[in-house]
Write a protein that binds this ligand. Structure first.
Ligand code: PMP
Length: 390
C-alpha cells in the first residue's frame, strides 16, 4: 500500500494534540497551548471585513505581501529598533511566523550545513532543518536562568556551521537574551560566517527591566540575520496566520523563493487588518504590556501558593514551573496527573527537546498565561488542591 515519504516518518503528532484531547475529556482548565482566549482590537476586525466587502482583499495579493502591510512592517522596525528597511526588497509576508521560520530555513540553509539549535526550542524548527538537509547541533539552556554555557556554544561552531536559530523572548522558558549574550552569539557568527535566524514573535512581551534587542541591530549583524515576527502575539490574532520575515535582500530573496513555491501569497483581508494595526501608537503597546504583566503576576502567585517553584519569566507568556518538590515522576506523568486529578492542563517540555538534554527540563511543565483572568483564577483555585492530592 502506498504510504508517506520516509522524510516525514520521524515527525509524529506533537504532545499538544494529546494534552488538548485529555484536557477536554477531563474538563480541565487549559493553560497548555499558547493561544489567547480573547480577541485583538475590534477595529482591526472592521478593516478586515471592509477588505472583504469592498473586494479589496478577495483576489491573490502580491506574493511579497500587500504593500500597506510591508510598509507597516518596515515602519515598525524603524520606530522600535531604528532599522531602516526597503519594503519592496527586505520584507516578506508569510503564513504566520511558522511559515516564516520554515521558508527562512529552507531559503538559506544548504544541504550538509550544520544548524545550531538552543534546546529547548519551538518544535517546528527541527523538521525544517531536516527538510533543508541541514545537520542539527544542539546546545542546551540551563535552568533556573535558562542561559547557555559559553564554552558549549563556542564548541558547537565550526567551519561547517551554516546557521543558528535563536528565539528571544523565548518559548517555552520566557528567557530574554541580554545584550551580552547576543553579542557573544554575534561574534561567533561573524568569526565563522554564520547566518542567524532570529524568531522574535514575542518581541512586545518583555517585563520588568528586560529589553528586547533584535539581533539585526547589533553591529555587522543586519546582513547575516533573518528576523521573524508575527501578528499572532502582538495583536492577539493567532488564527489569522499573518507573519513576516525581514532582513538583507540577499537573504530575503532565499525566503521569497521558498514562499512562492509553498503558498505564493497569504490571505489578503487579514493583511489589510494587520497593516492598520501596525499604525497604532505607543498606547497600544503599553496596554498590551500591562494586560500581560497583570496575567503574569496572577499566575505566578497562583503557582507559588500551590507549592510549585516558579521564577518570574522575563518575556513571552509562559511560566516554566519546577514541580520536583511536590511530585516524583517525569513531566509527562505530572502533566497527566494535573489534568486528571487537579483539572489543569499544561505542556510538558519534552516536545521542545529532541536529545537527551530533555532530562534538563524533565522536572518542569509550561503554563501559559495568555488567558482571561477568570480562567487563571479558576486554575488558581484548582491548583490550591494540588498539595493534598500528590
Ligand atoms: N515561533 C514561536 C517561538 C512561537 O511560539 C510560535 C507560536 N506559538 C510561532 C513561532 C508561530 O507563530 P505563528 O502563529 O505566527 O505561525
Amino acid at each position: 500500500m502506498p504510504t508517506y515519504a520516509r522524510r516525514v516518518a520521524p515527525f509524529g503528532t506533537t504532545v499538544f494534540a494529546e494534552i488538548n484531547t485529555l484536557a477536554s475529556q477531563h474538563q480541565a482548565v487549559n493553560l497548555g497551548q499558547g493561544k489567547p482566549d480573547f480577541d485583538g482590537p475590534s477595529d482591526i476586525i472592521e478593516v478586515v471585513i471592509d477588505a472583504l466587502k469592498t473586494g479589496k482583499g478577495n483576489q491573490y495579493p502580491s506574493g511579497l505581501g500587500v504593500a500597506e502591510l510591508r510598509e507597516g512592517i518596515a515602519h515598525h522596525q524603524e520606530k522600535f529598533y531604528g532599522l531602516s528597511l526597503n519594503p519592496n526588497t527586505q520584507v516578506q509576508v508569510t503564513c504566520g511566523a511558522s511559515e516564516g521560520v520554515y521558508a527562512s530555513i529552507l531559503g538559506v540553509v544548504n544541504e550538509g550545513d550544520e544548524v545550531i539549535l538552543l534546546e529547548p526550542f519551538f518544535d517546528t524548527y527541527l523538521p525544517a532543518v531536516l527538510n533543508a538537509g541541514g545537520i542539527p547541533r544542539y546546545v542546551p539552556l540551563y535552568p533556573p536562568t535558562w542561559s547557555f554555557d559559553r564554552d558549549e556554544l563556542r564548541a558547537a561552531f565550526n567551519e561547517g556551521t551554516g546557521a543558528i536559530i535563536i528565539n528571544s523572548p523565548h518559548n517555552p522558558t520566557g528567557r530574554v537574551f541580554s545584550r551580552g549574550e547576543l553579542e557573544f552569539i554575534a561574534e561567533l557568527c561573524q568569526e565563522h560566517d554564520v547566518i542567524v535566524i532570529s524568531d522574535e514573535v514575542y518581541e512586545h512581551l518583555v517585563y520588568d527591566n528586560h529589553r528586547h534587542i533584535p539581533m539585526a541591530t547589533l553591529p555587522n549583524m543586519f546582513e547575516r540575520t533573518l528576523t521573524i515576527s508575527s501578528a499572532a502575539k502582538t495583536f492577539s490574532f493567532t488564527g489569522w496566520k499573518v507573519g513576516w520575515v525581514t532582513g538583507h535582500e540577499t537573504l530575503v530573496t532565499g525566503v521569497w523563493r521558498i514562499h512562492q513555491n509553498i503558498t505564493f501569497s497569504i490571505n489578503a483581508p487579514a493583511q489589510y487588518g494587520i497593516a492598520h494595526a501596525l499604525g497604532y501608537d505607543e498606547a497600544y503597546y503599553q496596554s498590551l504590556h500591562a494586560l500581560y504583566d497583570g496575567k503574569r503576576h496572577l499566575l505566578l502567585n497562583a503557582l507559588r501558593e500551590s507549592g510549585l517553584k516558579a521564577d518570574a519569566p522575563q518575556g513571552a507568556f509562559y511560566i516554566m514551573t519546577d514541580f520536583s518538590e511536590l511530585f516524583d515522576g517525569n513531566a509527562e506523568d505530572f502533566a497527566r496527573f494535573l489534568i486528571t486529578e487537579v483539572g489543569v492542563a499544561t505542556i510538558p517540555p519534552s516536545t521542545f527537546y529532541c536529545t537527551d538534554h530533555a532530562h534538563i527540563g524533565s522536572k518542569h511543565v509550561r503554563f501559559a498565561f495568555c488567558k482571561n483572568d477568570d480562567v487563571i483564577h479558576k486554575a488558581a483555585e484548582r491548583l490550591l488542591t494540588l498539595k493534598k492530592k500528590v
